[in-house]
Design a protein around this ligand. Structure first.
Ligand code: NAP
Length: 348
């Protein structure tokens, strides 16, 4: 099994599950010599029945995926930049690596005779852009596609929908006989939380949760509706999508329809005495006025379309076809926050 972006937060659990199931994992990372990216994977491999082989590959290096794909029958493509700010050129930082990277990886898949199935880590960001996209619907489903994001508005979301569309295009364009084609299954998670295998992972998930406890959000949080899912269920879904013959199409992975005030309330119950978990819900008008000054991702357009709007997703395909059972929001958030505490990320 080949796993791209193996150093990542979600990929850590995927690699763990694969090694524990006895698979040989061809793990690609940008820098196999960087201890912080790979040491936790090497440790996992020491005690698991499977075998880990590390390869160097970069999304923007078209030829770097051929060698790791040799002999693999499954490809799990998780690598994609997950950053929400700190860049000046969203196309170069997000869209180009996501889309060109998907193209490079899947062109290599077309050159690989042994490959049978590709599992792509997409996102609910590929299903919707803003909460208002829900319009008259009762919930987002796999039939929905994000058509409201662009390189200027929600560029991360745009990178994900553009990459997933590219993947389906390349999948659909395969020639040859049925036996030589690979099928594509996508996993579309909402905000992923829960303890990481590597507590030093750089995923935006860590930054989002850290802000609930480091004082950044002490004045309050806006009522932004989102979905939340545990990283362990996301990893499990990747394995089911790879090995259940009948798995097909897109799967929304989202355990809970929630919002920032509810997440804060959950964390306050366990951690509120020691850490400055937000207590207030900020009025929309104040977020609209001041949000853009304190947080680049809180543009006025984002605030108008996402604050005080409910968010719901239908997760029935993941439960019924992949057999995913979602753990409670409390368990995921508390264990994740506790990991940040244990790894010294907050000052008391
Ligand atoms: P992460 O820890 O930041 O993982 C992203 C991975 O992508 C890293 O391993 C990174 O490798 C790799 N990557 C980035 N740019 C690359 C490039 N140019 N070439 C090669 N590799 C590159 O984030 P994550 O949360 O696990 O995200 C993994 C996937 O899940 C992404 O596709 C993300 O869009 C998707 N997703 C995440 C969430 C969430 O809430 N976390 C929700 C839905 C979907 P380096 O270590 O070399 O930087």
């Amino acid at each position: 099994v080949m796993v791209t972006g193996a150093s990542g937060y979600i990929a850590g659990w995927i690699v763990k599950d694969l090694l524990e199931a006895g698979h040989t994992v061809h793990a690609t990372v940008r820098n196999p010599d960087k201890a912080k990216s790979v040491d936790h994977l090497k440790r996992l491999a020491e005690s698991a029945p499977g075998t880990l082989k590390l390869f160097k590959a970069d999304l923007l290096d078209a030829d770097s995926f051929d060698a790791p794909m040799q002999g693999c029958d499954i490809l799990m493509h998780t690598a994609s930049p997950f950053v929400l700010d700190g860049f000046t050129d969203a196309h170069e930082a997000l869209v180009r690596p996501a889309v060109e990277g998907t193209r490079n990886v899947l062109n290599a898949a077309n050159r690989c005779d042994t490959l049978k199935r590709v599992v792509l880590t997409s996102s609910v960001a590929s299903v919707y852009g803003d909460a208002t996209d829900m319009k008259g619907k009762s919930a987002f489903t796999e039939a929905d596609w994000n058509s409201t994001s662009s390189v200027n508005h929600n560029p991360y979301q745009y990178s994900k929908v553009a990459a997933e569309r590219e993947a389906w295009k390349i999948h659909d364009a395969q020639g040859g006989d049925a036996a030589s084609r690979w099928d594509l299954v996508t996993i579309n998670p909402s905000l992923v939380v829960g303890p990481g295998i590597n507590p030093n992972a750089t995923s935006e998930s860590f930054d989002i949760l850290r802000q609930f406890g480091d004082g950044t959000a002490k004045p309050g949080v806006p009522d932004v509706g989102i979905g939340v899912v545990d990283v362990r269920e996301v990893a499990e879904a990747h394995l089911r999508a790879a090995y259940l013959p009948e798995a097909n199409g897109r799967y929304i992975l989202s355990g809970h329809d929630t919002d920032f005030p509810e997440m804060a309330a959950v964390l306050r119950r366990r951690f509120g005495k020691k850490y400055p978990i937000p207590k207030r819900t900020l009025p929309k008008a104040a977020v609209w006025l001041f949000g853009p000054l304190v947080n680049k991702t809180l543009s006025r357009k984002f605030v108008s379309r996402n604050v005080n709007h409910p968010w719901r997703a239908d997760n029935s395909r993941s439960r019924e076809q992949l057999g995913i059972q979602y753990r409670s929001l409390e368990e995921s958030l508390n264990e994740f926050f506790q990991q940040l505490v244990d790894s010294g990320q907050f000052k008391k």
